[in-house]
Design a protein around this ligand. Structure first.
Ligand SMILES: C[S@@+](CC[C@H](N)C(=O)[O-])C[C@H]1O[C@@H](n2cnc3c(N)ncnc32)[C@H](O)[C@@H]1O
Length: 251
């Protein structure tokens, strides 16, 4: 209960591009990770650090580190044409979008989270990931671009411990779905067979999440319509709509 109040406190103060359900689901995965396995948690794509602060509190409870990857300069320049998301809304990501500076994120972590539970890794993924080789129990990626998602999957997925989960919050983007569904990508770039996956919609009665097969890492791609603009003109934390959400789970 204390954790829930702490999450709510962060939501009221820090703009974030997630819903409470996104956070609760991943926090539950963090807190139910196998205590007998060594490993850390990973967040890639922190924006202003709202999710980071929340996950850091769960990491402290689990007595593990949360490793946070971000440029802290926003999304890189790119030419990806996302067109529309699966709900028909416009989807486009320009260089510098969703910029939360290192100073802003560390400040929000200090005020609302557990900074000592975090290792922040600033820089473009393609530069910072090659040096990373820590076993992972649970990873949460929310980076909007196919190129960024591919960079992450190639490094993070092989580091997942048995039963670990990798959770993508970009399952509303057709190009990301195509990547996750691409046999060649998994085989040639990640180095494994494409994990099996299934889709579900939360917030409606269309389906439900099935338990992961025991002992195998899984990938979940969750999608949602971004929360609407709040009173301060910032997208994020104060307005959550009960919109249908689609998620895909890979086994
Ligand atoms: C949509 S925001 C993340 C939102 C955050 N998860 C939340 O819930 O508030 C996307 C983030 O991905 C980061 N990002 C995307 N591609 C990146 C890359 N190639 N290298 C480093 N950071 C990247 C951006 O800096 C930005 O912080």
């Amino acid at each position: 209960m204390t954790l829930l109040f702490s999450f709510h406190r962060v939501s009221c103060a820090v703009p974030g591009e997630h819903t409470p359900a996104d956070i609760l689901e991943f926090a539950a995965a963090m807190l139910s990770s196998n205590p007998e396995l060594s490993g850390c948690f990973v967040e890639a794509g922190s924006y202003m650090g709202a999710g980071t602060a929340k996950f850091s509190l769960a990491a402290r409870l689990a007595n593990r580190k949360l490793v946070v990857f971000d440029s802290f300069m926003g999304i890189p320049e790119n030419s990806e044409q996302h067109g529309k998301n699966i709900f028909g809304g416009a989807a486009g990501f320009g260089g510098g979008d969703y910029c939360g500076t290192l100073e802003e994120v560390t400040g929000n972590l200090a005020r609302y989270g557990s900074p000592t539970s975090c290792d922040l890794v600033p820089g473009w993924f393609e530069e910072t990931l090659p040096n990373f080789d820590r076993p992972i129990l649970a990873a949460y990626i929310d980076v909007d671009l196919v190129s960024s998602t591919a960079d992450l999957l190639e490094v993070l997925f092989p580091l997942l411990q048995p039963g670990g989960v990798l959770f993508s919050q970009d399952g509303h983007l057709p190009l990301i779905i195509d990547l996750l569904d691409d046999d060649r990508f998994w085989r040639d770039e990640v180095g494994c067979a494409k994990p099996r996956w299934k889709a579900w919609v939360s917030g409606s009665s269309l389906g439900s999440l099935s338990p992961a097969f025991e002992g195998l890492p899984s990938v979940t791609a969750r999608s949602h319509q971004r929360a609407s603009t709040n009173a301060h003109g910032r997208r994020g934390c104060h307005s959550y709509e009960a919109t249908p959400r689609v998620a895909r789970e890979f086994f």
